[in-house]
Ligand binder design. Structure first.
Ligand code: G1P
Length: 288
């Protein structure tokens, strides 16, 4: 069955970049000229995703507005003949009926956020994209995963290597055997201490999962940080179904942290057709 739906959990507070996120959702913080979330939606759409389920929370209403049509704005752009930006606004419209918004009513963890989407996803495999993470890649990271999924089926998570002293910030896999860029695993663990980490391969924040994950999430006990962790339910699913980690081609940026956000802005500015030359000049100037 092909992957047509994606869940984007957007309920988190963004405490690592306060006060920037006090009044605007962290997912709407701009990276050059568009919200970080737009890059993630573009990534999903580029992978053939047709329906996006946003799991939101309190004070996230601006996200729903962002994906709506802004009639007054578009009308004024038409009158002013600003066709380029108008076309861009139209490009990012999601077709009517292709988005759902579900409230996660408490900060119970990523696993709980995903479980909240169960009725809309139904009984089919689906993608998850964590919007804190931007992945810059020639072929969208999710598209690479869908391609791998179409070959091997089962469940797939994107992974990449991090320095050993950073493993405790992530979910980490226990690799067993690598074929091409697909890795079979014996387990995975959420936010392990450095000395307990089974490898330095972190879970990047892109997943393709079978719907059986929802049954496991339903009874999942709290794990790392006292939260219901997706990683813990995936570790159980791995005992029942095929499960692969994909070493994708691309570079990830953690927009949920100050430095990661800055790195993302820098990388996207240096690659933006309109400002890349100017951005490079500014970087050189700043370095003296
Ligand atoms: C989440 C996941 C973790 C993953 C990380 C990627 O953690 O639980 O497994 O490695 O995203 O950014 P969080 O960043 O929400 O603490």
């Amino acid at each position: 069955m092909s992957i047509k739906k994606a869940v984007l959990p957007v309920a988190g507070f963004g405490t690592r970049v306060l006060p920037a996120t006090k009044a605007i959702p962290k997912e709407l913080m701009p990276v050059v000229d568009r919200p970080a979330l737009q890059y993630v939606v573009d990534e999903a759409v580029a992978a053939g995703i047709e329906h996006i389920v946003f799991v939101t929370g309190r004070n996230k209403g601006a996200i729903e507005d962002y994906f709506d049509v802004a009639y007054e704005l578009e009308d004024s752009l038409v009158k002013k003949n600003k066709t380029a930006i108008l076309d861009e606004l139209k490009r990012i419209h999601m077709p009517a009926g292709s988005t759902s918004f579900i409230r996660q009513q408490g900060a119970l963890g990523l696993g709980h956020a995903i479980w909240c989407a169960r009725d809309v996803i139904g009984n089919e495999p689906f993608a998850i994209l964590l919007p804190d993470v931007l992945v810059k890649a020639e072929k969208s990271c999710t598209a690479q995963m869908v391609e791998a999924y179409n070959q091997v089926g089962g469940n797939i998570i994107a992974v990449d290597a991090v320095p050993e002293d950073e493993v405790s910030k992530y979910g980490v896999i226990a690799p067993v055997e690598k074929t091409g860029n697909l890795i079979r695993m014996s387990g995975m663990v959420e936010k392990p201490a450095k000395e307990d980490a089974p490898s330095n391969l972190k879970i990047t924040g892109r997943y393709i999962l079978q719907p059986e994950i929802f049954d496991l999430l339903e009874t999942q006990e709290r794990g790392a940080g006292g939260e219901i962790q997706l990683t813990d339910s995936m570790a159980k699913l791995m005992e029942m179904q095929d499960f692969f980690a994909l070493e994708y081609d691309g570079q990830d940026y953690d927009c949920g942290s100050k430095l990661g956000y800055f790195e993302a802005v820098l990388a996207y500015a240096l690659d933006h057709p309109e400002i890349k030359d100017g951005a490079l000049d500014l970087v050189k100037k700043a370095l003296g």
